[in-house]
Design a protein around this ligand. Structure first.
Ligand SMILES: Nc1ncnc2c1ncn2[C@@H]1O[C@H](COP(=O)(O)OP(=O)(O)OP(=O)(O)O)[C@@H](O)[C@H]1O
Ligand SMILES: [Mg+2]
Length: 574
């Protein structure tokens, strides 16, 4: 309602402006034209002019037509310049919305100058480090690019097709100054990221489900068991496998009831079996086999020397009466149901002739990891999660004793709620920013995140994020809260002197946000409206991507990649 009223007023004002502008051009043109082609008309006496018009003796200087054309062109040019300097692109409604939110100096902490200072202080040894990761351009006021800082966790909630992948994921990965990783459950942006980064260092494409890479032979091997160095690691890996399995494989009611009873024991059973497999250099296939056969004694014997307590737990399970033991085996088997699939085992079992992925080496230079997985039977979300965690661990290990990475690691977790079964992600990610691991999570809606991490988890994620971006969203229960947090403004009521107080961004405004635009709220500045630029509208980037498309096509076919020299030293000051 409020938007409708203000748009009407704006249109009337624009029409009036146009009429006045045209009249002014005509008069100036006639006045000047009189000097070149005199007509004897009294151009400075308006009463006389009107009288002549009525009499029918009005004359128009011939030269005035050309002068009017020149003036009109100049006026149009001037308007265009003015519009550009006020961030004029976009609809009038969008500009009006932008005008209600923060503009100009209020956004200084997000702009190049301040962000550059932060970047220098956070990463003093990095040469030519960008001020931050580009978020977008202000939609009102003097145009300026706003940046997510190098210590900020980012969260972006925008509906399908609104520009997450093409405006943020692809350009930000293309610009990532060091190692970079992305997740997705579909091909969107994959070819573009390969094309943009393949010359910077090795691009690793983890794709057991053949979402992008159409080859049965794995590109490389990563076993999550390599990262299991103790009971905590084993428990963590078990929790990812269990969460993924629950999401990938629907259970019957009776299975769910059995799992509720035997769940805690099953979790320990799986964790200690993983630990035993890690200790003996086995693979996930062995874990599945030991669980299926109920080889509790075998696992207990392996663990006995180094891990006596888990070993005695396993011995205890082995002594359960046959019926309950059978139920425990069934529950644990369901928990690791995904480990039965050939593709997952092929990508996680060391195999001669296929290179192993080394997380420490990955952190050298500007390498790229693309992690693809779908949810559903055979979904490899657990291994994908283990790989992200392994990369984070390697990044943290890279700077022992130092607070932050020399060069930030960029992680763009596209479609994160659909594939990464990481129950404690909101808490875990909050401290990564302080180590130079800059993650941004992309969700299609607030409720999508709540389904994954619960409302409390989402609130944690939201509050921990230094950059929070919201595009078109119809989840009114949620946007109502956002609207309140952003605040109100005063506006004169139509046809009255009274003023009314309205939300700066109403629930309707959130629902009507245009594609490639959204509201940014951050930890350092008030909320503002941003316009985003998709990679295909960025001339330089689309040229780079076009040039790299052959490499992306070769990867899609599973062709081996040419060796690429890592490029770390150029990035780091002596
Ligand atoms: N190369 C391209 N040329 C023109 N338009 C494109 C191109 N790539 C994507 N688009 C369009 O840009 C819009 C945004 O797409 P994008 O994939 O970035 O959305 P998204 O927010 O990531 O959606 P989703 O949640 O479904 O992944 C879509 O309308 C899409 O059709
Ligand atoms: Mg997308």
């Amino acid at each position: 309602m409020s938007k409708q009223t203000s748009t009407d007023t704006l249109m009337k004002l624009s029409l009036a402006g146009l009429v006045v502008g045209l009249a002014a051009i005509a008069w100036v043109a006639a006045f000047l034209g009189e000097f070149l082609t005199p007509t004897g008309m009294p151009w400075t006496n308006f009463t006389e002019l009107v009288a002549r018009f009525k009499e029918g003796t009005f004359a128009w200087p011939a030269a005035a037509t050309w002068i009017a054309i020149v003036l009109a062109i100049m006026a149009l040019f001037g308007i265009a310049l003015l519009a550009a300097s006020r961030g004029g692109a976009g609809s009038a409604a969008q500009r009006e919305l932008g005008g209600r939110l923060a503009t100009g100096a209020k956004l200084a902490p997000l702009m190049e100058k301040e962000r550059k200072k932060d970047a220098k202080q956070l990463h003093p040894k990095a040469v030519d480090l960008a001020p931050g990761q580009v978020l977008g351009q202000t939609a009102a006021g003097k145009p300026a690019v706003l940046y997510q800082g190098w210590r900020d966790l980012g969260v972006c909630i925008m509906g399908p097709g609104s520009g997450k992948t093409s405006c943020l994921v692809v350009p930000r990965l293309a610009a990532a100054p060091g190692a970079a990783l992305m997740t997705s459950n579909k091909v969107d942006g994959v070819a573009q990221v390969i094309a943009a980064r393949h010359q910077l260092g090795t691009v690793w494409l983890w794709d057991p489900g053949k979402i992008y890479r159409q080859s049965d032979k794995p590109d490389f091997i990563f076993s999550p068991l390599w990262e299991v160095k103790g009971t905590e690691d084993a428990m963590r890996l078990a929790s990812w496998i269990i969460t993924a399995s629950l999401k990938n494989n629907p259970r019957t009611e009776s299975e769910a009831a059995e799992d509720a009873q035997f769940g805690p024991s099953g979790e320990s059973c799986l964790a200690w079996t993983l630990l035993a497999a890690a200790l003996t250099g086995k693979a996930l296939g062995d874990v599945h086999e030991w669980i299926s056969k109920g080889s509790f004694e075998k696992v207990s014997n392996i663990l006995a020397d180094e891990y006596p307590r888990p070993a005695s737990e396993m011995r205890g399970f082995d002594k359960w009466p046959d019926r309950t033991r059978g139920s425990l085996v069934a529950t644990t088997q369901r928990m690791c149901r995904d480990l039965v699939h050939d593709a997952i085992l092929a990508w996680t079992t060391p195999t001669p002739g296929i290179r192993n992925f080394d997380t420490a080496k990955f952190m050298e230079g500007r390498q790229t990891m693309i992690l693809l997985s779908e949810r559903g039977p055979g979904g490899a979300g657990a291994v994908l999660t283990a790989m992200i965690k392994a990369i984070c661990n390697a990044a943290v290990r890279k700077t022992p004793g130092e607070a932050r990475l020399t060069i930030p690691l960029v992680g763009e977790l596209d479609e994160v709620a659909n594939i990464v079964p990481w129950p404690t992600l909101p808490q875990d990610f909050s401290h990564y920013g302080s180590r130079g691991l800059c993650f941004t999570l992309y969700l299609q809606g607030w409720s999508q995140g709540c389904g994954e991490w619960g409302t409390k988890g989402m609130q944690t994620l939201w509050q921990m994020s230094g950059a929070r971006f919201v595009g078109s969203n119809e989840e009114t229960d949620w946007t109502e809260g956002l609207s309140k947090a952003i605040g109100t403004y005063q506006r004169k009521e139509k046809d009255s002197d009274r003023k009314e107080r309205l939300p700066k961004v109403s629930v309707q405004d959130f629902a009507e946000l245009a594609k490639f635009s959204g509201i940014l709220s951050s930890s350092v500045a008030p909320a503002t409206l941003l316009r985003l630029t998709p990679w295909h509208k960025n001339k330089e980037l689309s040229k780079t991507i076009e040039a790299g498309m052959a490499a992306a096509a070769a990867m899609a076919k599973g062709e081996p990649q040419p060796a690429t020299d890592p490029v770390p030293e150029k990035q780091v000051a002596a």
